[in-house]
Design a protein around this ligand. Structure first.
Ligand code: NDP
Length: 539
């Protein structure tokens, strides 16, 4: 808990509170004082109906006589109930629980101008407003922030050439590389449709049947699997993008968004306690940090870059989302800094309705042959249409800075008639036009239409081996084994055996250590197994 100096209520109300009360407020989280802060800065205003009619009474329903039935003409009651019934939109199928904030991206180099046409990257010190949403992959609204899970970090750059959405994870690789498996991956990590409980048979069954998940799994079960709040984690695009330079040169990039606060993770036992005591731990931390406005959270946006020749000659598939690009060959190039300095004024309108899609690109940044990225282009936009309606891009938080100019004038909540411009193209009436300057780059493809294995190097384990042997310290290796064993103990023996077979391709020491912890942890009686709470299972 922090002590916040800017949290002393001001104005009329402050004068009316006792010194004890003021002390109490001072010692609370700034987030806990949101209502008090409002009271200190505002006078009460008259309540109105949806249509603006001033309201005379909002405590008692309108009835015929004091015991009589409620009247349908009570528009005040109808407003209240009708609005309440529809105040939620469907939650996201994955990355459901999130929080976010706003700020800016500042270019710290001119290097961008030589490798991409993207305007927002072309000049040192140029600033671009951004929105950022943090989330947890298999979360539901209301679930705990301190569960071991992949975290999402999505950034919307409001550039002068449209919005660019960079949708990252906090680990540099993902479980799978073919999008056709994504719904199954999510189903296996969410609730069993019969029991409505998380199902560790399903979880480990799916993951162990697809050995390409091994690299992501050992990163997830390392200490980075439970970040100490959103400020202390990196973001990785995982997907590979294409940069197009002003001279039409193509290169391939992966984005790294590196925390300037450093990496900080939570010990699993503390995470377990926090999951019970403060399920909104990361949400609270982000809110308090930005509200206090002292050390604003910041990240450095970097890329790794490959030219076309390197892409063709690469020993691993650069579009494979289960692989990193080794930094030795593809060093990080810093492009700029992100600083978060503004909280949403309303979580629902600005964060829940903040709609990201990898389809939101700007000239100079294009999709690559990364199959996951290509599928996400459809999946995200489609999900936003379902969640928020067809005109979600017209919501203030999703609007681009440059005016939208297209053929769309209809559909639920259409707010923008585009000044009466024609809604068909081509036209003879000064409607929006296109420019050859913004055409996509050209590339050729060939081959037979078939269902191909994404990666052609047959190598699921060598990067996981490097991570285990060369990155993790001996203590971290033991912790990794302990964390894996704790989760594996909840699944059936045959699935556990398959997991150990996969991990034996990483390192036999890892298997031995997991086996050791499994022997210690596997419940021997039904009573033992009941002792483990559902929360413990998730950590
Ligand atoms: P490098 O030595 O250049 O990079 C190793 C990187 O490992 C570090 O810079 C750090 O990434 C990351 N790292 C350290 N501890 C952990 C951890 N507990 N969990 C996750 N990441 C961690 O080597 P390579 O680039 O050749 O990569 C070697 C292995 O490191 C890979 O197989 C991969 O598993 C892992 N790795 C690599 C990353 C990369 O972008 N190259 C990123 C993350 C993991 P960071 O600097 O991004 O914090």
């Amino acid at each position: 808990m922090q002590n916040q100096s800017n949290n002393i209520p001001s104005g009329n109300v402050q004068n009316s509170i006792s010194s004890n009360e003021a002390l109490f407020l001072l010692n609370r989280d700034v987030s806990a004082n949101q209502l008090q802060t409002y009271r200190s800065n505002n006078e009460p205003i008259l309540m109105t109906s949806l249509s603006g009619m001033p309201i005379g009474d909002k405590v008692y329903s309108l009835t015929a006589g004091s015991r009589g039935p409620i009247l349908l003409q009570d528009t005040c009651l109808l407003d209240e109930l009708g609005q309440f019934n529809e105040e939620k939109t469907p939650e996201r199928c994955s990355y459901a629980k999130g929080s976010g904030a706003f700020g800016f991206f500042q270019c710290t180099t001119d290097i961008g101008s030589t490798i991409t046409r993207a305007h927002f990257l072309d000049t040192r010190n140029k600033q671009t407003p951004i929105a950022m949403r943090f989330s947890r992959f298999r979360s539901e609204l209301g679930s705990s922030d301190t569960i071991r899970d992949v975290r999402g970090m999505a950034i919307k750059f409001y550039t002068d050439c449209g919005n660019f959405d960079l949708i990252c994870n906090h680990l540099p690789v993902f479980f799978i590389r073919d999008p056709i498996l994504y719904p199954s991956l999510v189903h296996s990590q969410k609730r069993n449709p019969v029991t409505n409980l998380f199902d560790y048979d399903a979880y480990w069954d799916f993951l162990t049947l697809r050995p390409e998940t091994t690299h992501c799994l050992i990163l997830l079960y390392s200490h980075r699997g439970i970040p100490n709040g959103y400020r202390y984690m990196n973001g990785y695009s995982v997907n590979t993008y294409k940069f197009i330079s002003r001279d039409d040169e193509i290169s391939y990039v992966r984005f790294h968004v590196k925390s300037n606060q450093g990496i900080n993770s939570i010990d699993p036992t503390k995470a377990l306690v926090l999951a019970g005591l403060d399920s909104d731990y990361a949400t609270r931390d982000l809110y308090n940090t930005i509200c206090i406005n002292k050390e604003l959270p910041s990240w450095t946006v970097c890329i790794q870059q490959m030219n076309e020749q390197e892409m063709k000659n690469s020993l691993f598939d650069p579009f494979d989302t289960t692989k990193i690009w080794p930094k030795t060959y593809y060093p990080l190039i810093a492009l700029g800094t992100i600083i978060l300095n503004r909280l949403p004024t309303n979580h629902f309108s600005e964060i829940e309705q903040l709609a990201f899609s990898p389809a939101n690109l700007v000239p100079g940044i294009e999709l690559s042959l990364d199959k996951m990225l290509q599928a996400r282009v459809f999946a995200y936009s489609d999900a936003q249409r379902y969640r928020l309606g067809k005109n979600y891009a017209q919501l203030p938080v999703n609007r681009s800075l440059n005016p939208m100019a297209n053929n769309c004038r209809n559909g639920y909540m259409c707010l923008n008639n585009q000044n009466g411009a024609p809604n068909y193209f081509p036209n003879s009436f000064h409607g929006a036009t296109t420019s050859y300057r913004f055409k996509e780059s050209i590339y050729s493809v060939e081959g037979n239409v078939a269902r191909y294995e994404c990666s052609n190097d047959n190598d699921e384990f060598s990067q996981a081996k490097t991570f285990y042997r060369q990155i993790l310290s001996p203590d971290e290796r033991i912790n990794l084994a302990r964390n894996l064993a704790k989760s594996l103990t909840l699944t059936q023996q045959f699935i556990c055996k398959r997991a150990l077979e996969n991990f034996s391709n990483v390192d036999q020491d890892l298997v031995n250590d997991i086996q050791h912890f499994l022997n210690l942890q596997r419940p021997t009686t039904m009573e033992d197994s009941n002792i483990q709470t559902d929360l413990e299972r998730k950590i």
